[in-house]
Design a protein around this ligand. Structure first.
Ligand SMILES: Cc1cc2nc3c(=O)[nH]c(=O)nc-3n(C[C@H](O)[C@H](O)[C@H](O)COP(=O)(O)OP(=O)(O)OC[C@H]3O[C@@H](n4cnc5c(N)ncnc54)[C@H](O)[C@@H]3O)c2cc1C
Length: 385
């Protein structure tokens, strides 16, 4: 247990790993990452659907995606390891005329930012997924540059490179408290000892609210269970279908090797750290997906492969990035509300800038700063699955 480190990062998920890598690659290597579990990258990052997309309503989210997807393309040469980016697209299906009409503004903003989003008629959308029910659809959007990555590959790539550069990872080392004096974090407490630090980074994913509480801070991030139901191998649907979202119900599916991953958020899900699969919710999920994708009647469900994990949700579904007012050597990097894998490269870069340059520069993160919850300057993200 080191007695001190310039920077202590709480959480060895994809976000903590990316931050450590980006700091270390700029020569700042006196970093300790604390991970409460025996194994790194075993939190939400290991339980994600791995989707990456440009199709957001928030301008900042689009910019985070654009930067990050470019990095995923060059991950092996720039970082090492494997991102396994597959650009099979995201397809959003709309069945509500009023919602479709109001969504045109979102499409316009995406195009303004050079997102190559296509507007499709229902028959055009139908060509992507065999036997899709388009009877009630009014329109669809498709972006061929969306897709999915290997979250574990990305996180391990960042972590391995950071450790090669000198970053220390401590496993089974939970942050259990913070020593605060004169408006500064002075040290992080763990059961094994106390580490003095100049900067503390909260990258604890769905535990980021709890970690904030340990320092007496209100960081409005709550964990909510999300399930992924996995089919038995179903080669009837080709491998390269886009991640398809039925916006009316919120149900989505994508191909993973020969199987399909299916998800649908439960609106009455209470906040908890539960990651036990919710089998009571399955009937509702099946009703939604079978209505839109009747071909799935012929697919079997694999209980063994299905899983659940935690979304880390903020009140406006945008992440909380940057220094904490009143405790400015505390930096938050959490609350991605289900988008942390795809935004990890940009987040690592921006948090490294926030720490080393005083302020994030490459992308303006003002609308992501925690102050928004007190000033009321909330923009929010509408495209949440
Ligand atoms: C079902 C599901 C589907 C998803 N789909 C997508 C998707 O398609 N695309 C996408 O981009 N994102 C998706 N996400 C969200 C994505 O997985 C998260 O946003 C991302 O993994 C967050 O990474 P993280 O590093 O912040 O958190 P984590 O990976 O959870 O890492 C945080 C780490 O902090 C550790 N920790 C917590 N408290 C402490 C403490 N006190 N001391 C030390 N360590 C601590 C945890 O053990 C954990 O290892 C999905 C999530 C789920 C659950």
């Amino acid at each position: 247990m080191p007695e001190s480190a310039r920077i202590v990062i709480v959480g060895a998920g994809i976000i903590g790993a990316s931050i450590a890598y980006h700091l270390a690659s700029r020569g700042c290597t006196d970093i300790v990452i604390l991970e409460k579990e025996p194994v790194e990258i075993s939190g939400s990052t290991a339980r994600s659907a791995a989707g990456v997309r440009h199709q957001f309503s928030s301008r900042t989210n689009i910019l985070l995606s654009q930067y990050s997807i470019e990095r995923f393309k060059r991950f092996t040469e720039e970082v090492g390891g494997y991102a396994e980016l597959h650009q099979d697209g995201y397809l959003f299906l709309f069945n509500d005329a009023a919602q479709w009409a109001s969504y045109q503004d979102v499409i316009a903003q995406q195009r303004e930012l050079n997102v190559p989003v296509q507007v499709l008629t229902p028959p055009e959308a139908a060509r992507f997924v065999p036997e899709m029910n388009i009877s009630d659809l009014v329109g669809a959007t498709y972006c061929a540059e969306d897709g999915f990555v290997d979250p574990h590959g990305v996180a391990m790539g960042y972590l391995n490179r950071a450790r090669e550069l000198g970053v220390q990872l401590l496993r089974e080392a939970p942050a259990t408290g913070f020593v605060i004096a004169d408006g500064q974090v002075r040290a992080v407490e763990t059961p094994q000892g106390t580490i003095a630090c100049e900067i503390a980074v909260n990258a604890a994913g769905p535990y980021a609210g709890d970690v904030g509480n340990l320092a007496g801070l209100e960081v409005p991030i709550k964990p909510y269970r999300r399930n992924i139901y996995v089919t038995e191998p179903f080669p009837t649907i080709p491998r390269s279908i886009p991640l398809t979202v039925d916006v009316g119900t919120g149900a989505y599916m994508r191909k993973e090797h020969e199987s399909l991953l299916i998800g649908l958020s439960r609106p009455d899900e209470p906040s908890s750290h539960s990651i036990v699969v919710d089998w009571d919710w399955l009937d509702t999920v099946l009703e939604a997906v079978l209505n839109r994708f009747p071909i799935l009647e012929r697919a079997g469900l694999s209980e063994r492969q299905s899983w659940a994990g935690s979304y880390e949700i903020t009140p406006d579904h945008l992440p909380i990035l940057g220094r904490m007012p009143g405790l400015t050597n505390w930096v938050n990097a959490a609350g991605f509300s289900g988008h942390g894998v795809m935004h990890a490269p940009a987040t690592g870069l921006l948090i490294a800038e926030e720490i080393l340059d005083g302020r994030a520069q490459t992308i303006n993160i003002d609308e992501l700063r925690i102050e928004r919850f007190t000033t009321g300057a909330l923009h929010g993200e509408r495209n949440v699955i």
